[in-house]
Design a protein around this ligand. Structure first.
Ligand code: GLC
Ligand code: MN
Length: 332
């Protein structure tokens, strides 16, 4: 919903199609139908590849095979696939000038492309070949990105025009050279991708609905996500759900006779959408503040570990200025 609204906000001239699995609630489907031109129900494809997924410590990613269904959207001649955990920051219609398969490098292994954003041509033949490839070779990461990189295996070397600039799929988590480059280039970002386990919608809040745990994603992008969510998605959800409290839209699973929701809180008492610009800014400021306040004091060891896991606290302890100061002291 947030992705769709971000594309609308930046006035895309293209048709928007959403692929959904059967677990999306009726109410959320209704909201999706208002935002997207087409909402297509597809069955869940799961690699079931526990061993490879364990390498990434992401057992939940087997179902990303479902993404391959996008090749069946044959009423369109060319498409740009976008993960639901991406957010568009400006108009990106120019991506349609590119050819299959165009994508941006993956920050973890830049000779692979990241499969969160890519240009492709729907085709039942390609779809069949991809499924066959999955059946015969599986996926080296257990998810779609492994299969797609094997299938479009000359991406890294054959044609530079198929390399999308990183700003079309800017990962929200940090690695190595990331911080200085981030400082230099982040303002040019066109699409931010909240990859990793913690998604913008999985940040925990306290009873007053204000405390958010800062983990992984860059806080200013997180706030961008929440701004779109609060201003243009929550009102639609409220219309659909009426007085009922609502969750992320996934129907609860029953575990040991109890309903378990993937997200632990009600959105309905968390985001208050105020009418004036001023109040909205105040809301966002308090989110921003909560992001800082909630990051607990870390021991130096814990901080090192976080850093190595790509979870630097850019806006706080690990800010560029702090690092520079530290280096200066060292050199002196
Ligand atoms: C990475 C990509 C994501 C893909 C997943 C599984 O996390 O960002 O788009 O679905 O790998 O391959
Ligand atoms: Mn993703």
């Amino acid at each position: 919903m947030v992705l769709g609204q971000s594309l609308r906000k930046h006035k895309t001239s293209k048709k928007l199609a959403a692929l959904i699995g059967p677990q999306v609630s009726e109410q959320c489907q209704a909201v999706l139908r208002r935002i997207f031109d087409e909402v297509k129900l597809v069955d869940v494809l799961d690699s079931g590849d526990v061993a490879h997924l364990a390498l990434m410590k992401r057992p939940e990613l087997g179902v990303t095979f479902t993404k391959l269904h996008c090749w069946t959207l044959t009423r369109y001649s060319k498409c740009v696939f976008m993960d639901a955990d991406t957010l568009v920051l400006c108009n990106i219609d120019e991506l349609f000038d590119r050819e299959e398969l165009s994508a941006a490098p993956d920050p973890g292994w830049p000779d692979c492309f990241n499969s969160g954003v890519f240009v492709f041509r729907p085709s039942v033949e390609t779809y069949a070949k991809l499924l066959q490839h999955c059946a015969e070779h599986g996926s080296f990461d257990g998810g779609d990105q492994g299969v797609l990189n094997d299938f479009f295996s000359d991406w890294a070397t054959a044609d530079i025009s198929k390399h999308l600039p990183f700003i079309y799929n800017l990962s929200s988590i940090a690695i190595y050279t990331y911080l200085p480059a981030f400082k230099r280039y982040a303002a040019n970002a066109k699409v931010v991708h909240f990859l990793g386990k913690t998604k913008p919608w999985s940040h925990a809040l306290d009873a007053k609905g204000r405390q958010m745990q800062a983990e992984g994603a860059h806080p200013s992008f997180l706030l961008d996500w929440w701004a779109v969510y609060a201003s243009s998605v929550v009102p639609m959800l409220q219309e659909q759900y009426g007085d009922q409290p609502f969750h992320t839209g996934c129907v609860a699973e029953v575990v040991d006779g109890l309903p378990v929701f993937p997200v632990k809180f009600h959105y309905s008492h968390m985001v208050t959408v105020e009418s004036t610009q001023e109040q909205e800014e105040e809301n966002l400021a308090s989110f921003a503040q909560a992001l800082h306040l909630s990051s607990p004091e870390l021991s130096s060891q814990e901080r090192k570990q976080k850093w190595e896991q790509g979870q630097a606290d850019y806006m706080g302890m690990d800010s560029f200025d702090n690092i520079k100061r530290k280096l200066d002291t060292f050199l002196k």
